[in-house]
Design a protein around this ligand. Structure first.
Ligand code: SAH
Length: 355
């Protein structure tokens, strides 16, 4: 039975499900999940990410984290972590770029949080020669300083959606209409987690809640506040989310998120304010939310592009110029993608970011 029929049956038996449950089934179902059954990245896949566009992205992230490690006194053992490492390209570029930082590799214990068995295999190949550990949950990090990156991880976490009605909220649910999946609304209820959103919303507004993101950030930030370290969270989204941002992508095109469950990537915009607040509640400092283009320019992406360009000509040179533009230009990923940095309250923020 395919995933759509399974979900229709489940809804028939148990009633409509939350969007968070729907996303979890579509992305992570052991047999039919989008991430559990394939490698969706790259030009041939459904979407492409910054590290897959150019090695410059991972190199600069690596040097940024290594600089944090240096200014925090080079702790002799630390966790170098990535959440949702995809094909392992970002971590491989981080490791290549930091080879020349004395002592960094010797001190690093590489830890990867990855739910997909298919992608774990791809990561193992990309990181041959290193000894990464795959962890099952954030609480599994060794209790050491934590230097962490997450690129396009938080956008894949399950969210719930609520529609404002009077002073209460109605949850947007996935139900059925004949043989099709269809959105509907649950009964009105109070939502303690949304009490702060009563001020900035009106009747008919839709807001999204990502419980998983808050709890992951709380835990990561707590470890950085206690032991030292830094985190770079990179994703599309903004300081506060308003409206329906659930989208489905297949072969680089937008499709209906209910049409073919498990066959399309489902994502939402990240609400960075929620991430920052969870980090603050855990005793960690956070930086200004910074556009990816600005962040990469400050780290020197243009100088790096020029040095990579020196021996190139023709189509290779064009590809490099186009990659630089895609990563940084405000009309491409430069503005849509944002960077939030975390750092211990007594330390300086990661290079390229401001307090
Ligand atoms: N960071 C990579 C890949 C982004 S795609 C890049 O920039 O190219 C999202 C990644 O997060 C995939 O590796 C996916 O399998 C992983 N992922 C999504 N949800 C997850 C979850 N709940 N737990 C662990 N990994 C998850």
């Amino acid at each position: 039975m395919n995933l759509k029929d399974r979900l229709l049956l489940r809804i028939q038996n148990d009633g409509p499900m939350t969007i968070a449950d729907y996303m979890t089934e579509c992305l992570m179902h052991p047999e039919h999940g989008y991430y559990t059954t394939r490698d969706p990245l790259g030009a041939q896949g459904d979407f492409i990410t910054a590290p897959e566009i150019s090695q410059m992205f991972g190199e600069l992230i690596g040097l940024c984290l290594a600089q944090c490690w240096l200014v925090q006194g080079k702790p002799e053992k630390f966790v170098l972590a990535e959440l949702g490492p995809g094909r392992g390209t970002l971590m491989a570029d981080i490791l290549r770029a930091t080879q020349s930082v004395p002592g960094f590799h010797k001190a690093a214990e590489i830890a990867l949080l990855e739910a997909s068995p298919v992608l774990r295999d791809v990561q193992a190949k990309a990181l041959q020669g290193y000894e990464p550990q795959w962890i099952e949950a954030i609480s599994d990090f060794e209790d050491l300083p934590l230097f962490l990156v997450a690129n396009e991880f938080f956008d894949a976490l399950p969210i719930r959606q609520f529609l404002r009605e009077g002073k209460g909220w109605r949850e947007r649910l996935v139900g059925k209409n004949g043989a099709s999946l269809a959105f509907g609304l649950g009964a009105q209820s109070a939502q303690a987690a949304l009490s702060e959103r009563v001020e900035d919303t009106q009747d008919g507004d839709l807001v999204e809640l990502c419980a998983a993101a808050s709890s992951i950030m709380y835990s990561v930030a707590g470890q950085i506040a206690r032991n030292g370290g830094a985190a770079l969270i990179i994703d599309y989204g903004d300081w506060r989310s308003l409206g329906d941002t659930l989208q489905a992508l297949q072969a680089h095109e937008r499709v209906d998120p209910l049409d073919q469950p498990g066959q399309a990537d489902l994502t939402t915009h990240v609400d960075f304010e929620v991430l920052a607040k969870a980090s603050h509640a855990s005793g960690c400092a956070y930086t200004k939310l910074t556009p990816q283009g600005v962040f990469l320019e400050r780290l020197g992406i243009t100088a790096r592009a020029q040095s990579l360009a020196a021996p190139l000509s023709g189509s290779q040179l064009e590809a490099l110029v186009s990659a630089h533009r895609r990563l940084t230009h405000p009309d491409e990923m430069g503005n849509l993608f944002k960077v939030l940095g975390l750092y211990p309250p007594n330390a300086t923020p990661p290079p390229g970011l401001e307090p």
